[in-house]
Each structure stands twice: as structure tokens, then as C-alpha cells.
Write a protein that binds this ligand. Structure first.
Ligand SMILES: [Zn+2]
Length: 111
């Protein structure tokens, strides 16, 4: 079985920055992008195609790093989101582009 856990510090900004710079993460990130066909998975669910050509794509931890460091490197816990969707997920609202009245994913944050 593949070891998917990350044993480093995930509770500080510096620790997480270190994680995101690790070669393991960089390799896995590419793998997830490829698996998701370089498409934002939330936009896809809404019938829109958002690829790296339209928007910066980011990899989201479904269970956050702080919550489940043991799933930090588990592809099943990772998904491709565009920057807009990723910001929405983490409550960094920016409606300039989409002009939505409210965040349809607000309840997603309550696990
Ligand atoms: Zn999106």
C-alpha cells in the first residue's frame, strides 16, 4: 500500500509552504491534474468547462491538510479546482468575475 500521509508540520504557514514545495506533492499534483483532464471539477459539475487555458488551476484537499494530514498525499482526497472555485471553497469571496449573488457551496464547508 502506498504511504499517503505527510508527517511534517501542517499547522503553520511555513510547514504547509514546505509541503507544497515537496517533490512528492509536485509529482502528485501533476498526476491529479492529468486524472481530472486539467478541468475544474466544480465548474464541470455545473456543466462548464474551465481548463488551465481559462484560469489558473489549483489542487484542493477535500479533507484539509490540517484536518487529515494522513490523507495529504492521497489522490482520492484531491481534486482540481480553478482559482475562482478554490477561493469560494475557502471563503475568499470574489464575485467580480461570476457575479453570483451567494455562495452555493457554503454548506460544503461544514463537514
Ligand atoms: Zn471552477
Amino acid at each position: 500500500m502506498t504511504n499517503t500521509s505527510y508527517t511534517g508540520d501542517v499547522h503553520s504557514h511555513a510547514g504547509r509552504a514546505h509541503f507544497y514545495r515537496s517533490p512528492e506533492w509536485k509529482a502528485l499534483r501533476e498526476q491529479v491534474l492529468e486524472r481530472d483532464h486539467y478541468e475544474c471539477q466544480w465548474c464541470k459539475a455545473e456543466g462548464r468547462v474551465t481548463t488551465g487555458n481559462d484560469m489558473t488551476l489549483e489542487i484542493d484537499h477535500i479533507k484539509t491538510l490540517e484536518e487529515r494530514p494522513d490523507l495529504a498525499l492521497d489522490p482520492d482526497n484531491l481534486r482540481t479546482l480553478c482559482r475562482d472555485c478554490h477561493n469560494k471553497r475557502h471563503g475568499r469571496f470574489n464575485y467580480k468575475r461570476l457575479g453570483r449573488p451567494k455562495n452555493p457551496y457554503a454548506s460544503d464547508e461544514r463537514w
